[in-house]
Write a protein that binds this ligand. Sequence first.
Ligand SMILES: [Zn+2]
Ligand SMILES: [Zn+2]
Length: 237
Amino acid sequence: MRIKVIGSGSMWNEHNSASYMIDDNTLVDIPNGTCKNLFRMGINPKIIDSILITHFHGDHFFDIPFYFLLKTKADNKNINIYCSKDGKRKNHNAIKLAFPNSVKDINNDVNLKYCYNEDFSLNGYRVTKYLVDHGRMKPAYGYVFESNNKKVGFTGDTSLCENVEVMASICDYLFCDCMFIKGTDQHMGIDNIKMLIDKYPHCQYVVSHLEDNTRQVLKEENISNIIVPNDGDVIEV
Ligand SMILES: [Zn+2]
Ligand SMILES: [Zn+2]
């Protein structure tokens, strides 16, 4: 499994918003600017055919209209979206807002499938969806990919909750929300990740959704088990 960090930042800094590319065709989240970010990294987003959306905040799905429009011009018009049940409506509304005269064409041209299952298989991986706690934004999900006895998790935006602990307890790598120095009821912080390391030390924690001051402290503290990625970094599992 090859995971490319497309974004490791929060909304308010120069780093791209949190998203990841798995192998060559799957994205976990598609924040505003993702298509541009991929082009800048030398990747044409039309090769993406599977997108897992953790939750429907703009910094996790707002590039859907640009991606869908691009797919109408691609040879591979398959789009598989894995998300919560309200996702089809939310994506449709975003496309309608962005390109009101092209909604029908876009929907006719692409080969679109939605999957709301709690677990599913995707390109040879077994994927399990975990409900996490992102304050008032409900539902919010994390995902765990499993292949060859290795497990890689993505928490999405979340406070420290029971399912984050479940993910940390089973994963070899956990790409996790660490927006703040101190966690809140919406986002985890360095204090939460330290607690997870104490309880589940076998796991490598790849922190993301970082505010600049959080990134600074993480770099200064240089904590073992925590990987602080830059946009474009690749982790092979
Ligand atoms: Zn969010
Ligand atoms: Zn977010």
